[in-house]
Design a protein. Structure first.
Length: 387
């Protein structure tokens, strides 16, 4: 079976969406598919190669964007490009096309081509934005979720919340969290030293960033040696705007800001961290999303400190077993969660870290999902052939 993943994202190694696609593609390849990703080639990683490190073909298509020239190019040529790619790969009735995008035009094109080629169409909804949080045309976003995506043969929702919507519409679904590759980097046992906590702030639209930063600053203001804090994805100016310049200067010795980092640098940082801090409000967006940093960080034995929101703590994180799970996201609850993590004896922490790593290996690694997903695809394929 051939599998074509179509995306408007850069690939590979270009953020959470790119990582999702990479592990999804690797899972399909392990299941016996010939996999191609049609997206925006990340040449800084591919360096001219036609395949990524997992031998997955990467085809460049016209990049997405909001500027006038890109919109014109997309309108005039994108459908033609997709048609050409599908014909070039000879995608037919035994094959699968997966749409990982929010572009209704891609879905319309693929669904029209399905009528000619009779291939399976799948999609992977990983977010569920309310109107006030969606920056693009919300009517088209609604059209995508209410009309186009339900026409797919198989849907891979990332959470209960999203799956519920499509099941109500009679869709065939297979819930799938964001995965990881636990074999990519070996697990290095943590050093016994002052605890280090990392906050990847790239998802600040979903995370309670203000509350986390205030909690961190108040604890460090009382005891500068309590722990070492590292943050990525935000600037010094953004942090100072929240906690103030005076407090920041007071705690800067134990408060490390990392600017943009290469993937290898980020890996090295994670290998030295003890805890991941992630506080979230309980709302539609956080219930629907699955934090990509959870599986990734657990690969390195990092123990998550996370609000009890969404599927991650519901199914995968066990308080005082492989994580510290807490209720709410107020400054007070964040401080209490951090104090709880800091009070863990080193012998207990080692067990938490080892358990976090095992969770990554046994529950998030794409190898654990390959056979199940392949079986589901075959089942849907068989049902479609019968009709």
């Amino acid at each position: 079976m051939k599998a074509l993943i179509i995306t408007s994202n850069r690939y590979p190694r270009s953020g959470a969406a790119s990582n999702y696609i990479q592990y999804f593609a690797s899972m399909l390849k392990l299941g016996g598919c010939d996999v191609t990703v049609a997206g925006v080639r990340n040449e800084s990683v591919l360096c001219g190669n036609k395949r990524d490190d997992n031998d997955i073909i990467v085809i460049d298509v016209i990049p997405q964007g909001n500027d006038f020239i890109k919109r014109v190019l997309n309108k005039c040529f994108y459908k033609m490009m997709l048609d050409r790619i599908i014909r070039y790969l000879n995608i037919g009735k035994e094959d699968l096309v997966i749409d990982y995008s929010y572009d209704y035009r891609i879905y319309e094109t693929i669904l029209k081509l399905r009528k000619k080629k009779n291939f399976l169409v799948a999609c992977c909804p990983t977010e569920w934005f309310p109107k006030d949080k969606y920056e693009m045309d919300f009517e088209k976003y609604t059209y995508l979720n209410e009309v186009l995506r339900p026409k797919c043969d198989l849907i891979f929702p990332i959470s209960d919340k999203i799956e519920e919507h499509f099941k109500e519409k009679g869709c065939v679904t297979f819930k799938l969290p964001i995965m990881c590759d636990s074999e990519e980097y070996s697990y290095i046992p943590k050093k016994k030293e002052r605890y280090k906590i990392v906050l990847p702030a790239n998802g600040k639209m979903k995370d309670a960033l203000k509350e986390m930063l205030i909690a961190i600053s108040e604890i460090l203001s009382d005891d500068l040696e309590a722990f070492e804090f590292h943050i990525t994805g935000v600037t010094r100016e953004q942090i100072v705007e929240i906690i103030g310049d005076e407090i920041f200067n007071k705690i800067s010795k134990s408060f490390v800001i990392h600017s943009w980092m290469k993937y290898e640098e980020l890996v090295k940082l994670y290998q030295n961290m003890h805890y991941l801090f992630l506080a979230r409000e309980d709302n539609q967006m956080t219930q629907s999303n699955f934090p990509s940093k959870i599986p990734e960080c657990m690969c390195y034995g990092i123990v998550p400190i996370m609000s009890n929101v969404g599927d991650a703590p519901k199914y995968y994180l066990k308080n005082q077993v492989n994580s510290i799970v807490f209720d709410g996201c107020t400054v007070s609850s964040c401080k209490q969660a951090i104090y709880s993590a800091l009070s863990v004896e080193w012998s207990k922490y080692k067990l938490l870290s080892e358990s976090a790593r095992r969770t990554a290996e046994k529950q998030f690694d794409y190898r654990q999902w390959s056979e199940k997903v392949s079986g589901m695809i075959m089942k849907v394929r068989g049902c479609k052939n019968e009709h």
